[in-house]
Write a protein that binds this ligand. Structure first.
Ligand code: AMP
Length: 115
């Protein structure tokens, strides 16, 4: 069994979070250390540990999660101005929580390359 992470605890409610959207597939909550005016984390209710697990994940579950991320961005009203979706994956990308999560960032002009 994979180790219980902070995001398992957030999903179960044992650690508090500020929800912005929830349905059968995803839970979305505000990042505690926002890097943009809108910074939301989206996690699948069916756990994967990282984006590296997506390729071996169930097609239906992975597809539903990706649709969920898109749905959250729409619910946040970000579609017209645009937004960035980030999956930090592994040590060099500084993934700090081993529970797949999409960062949705928006509400300001982004730059490229990212840091
Ligand atoms: P990552 O570095 O991609 O693994 O992203 C983890 C994110 O979780 C970071 O952006 C943190 O600011 C965020 N974070 C850590 N603890 C909490 C928490 N209790 N509630 C909400 N976001 C958190």
């Amino acid at each position: 069994m994979p180790e219980e992470t902070l995001f398992d605890q957030i999903l179960s409610g044992s650690v508090p979070s500020e929800a912005v959207y929830e349905d059968d597939v995803v839970y979305a909550f505000k990042d505690i250390n926002p890097q943009a005016p809108v910074h939301v984390l989206v996690i699948p209710k069916k756990k994967l540990e990282s984006f590296a697990d997506v390729r071996s994940g169930d097609d239906t579950a992975v597809g539903a999660f990706m649709k969920g991320v898109s749905r959250v961005a729409a619910e946040l009203g970000l579609e017209e101005r645009g937004y960035r979706v980030v999956f930090n994956t592994g040590p060099e990308a500084q993934q700090s929580v081993l529970y797949l999560h999409a960062h949705i960032l928006g509400g300001r002009q982004m730059s490229w390359p990212p840091g």
